[in-house]
Design a protein around this ligand. Structure first.
Ligand SMILES: [Zn+2]
Length: 77
């Protein structure tokens, strides 16, 4: 298992490397299924705006940042 200091460093490096999503929102670390991901904050929230706004956002920025920072399965080995 990765120690806390190494985990925090890995998260900080990932956040510095990719501070913004192509859609213009910030990125941030989030834990899911025992792993830590760097992802667009918009993926955590309910979509804002009406259907047309959401459709335009999907066309302009079809891919949000979503990178695995810490894979707990690999780190446990
Ligand atoms: Zn995004």
């Amino acid at each position: 298992m990765m120690d806390n200091r190494s985990a925090i460093e890995a998260i900080e490096i990932a956040e510095r490397a990719t501070p913004l999503c192509p859609c213009g929102e910030l990125t941030g670390a989030t834990g899911r299924d025992g792993n830590v991901w760097l992802e667009c904050v918009s993926l955590r929230e309910e979509p804002k705006g009406g259907a047309i706004v959401r459709l335009l956002r999907a066309i302009v920025a079809p891919v949000h940042v979503q990178e695995l920072i810490i894979d707990s399965v690999d780190q446990a080995a």
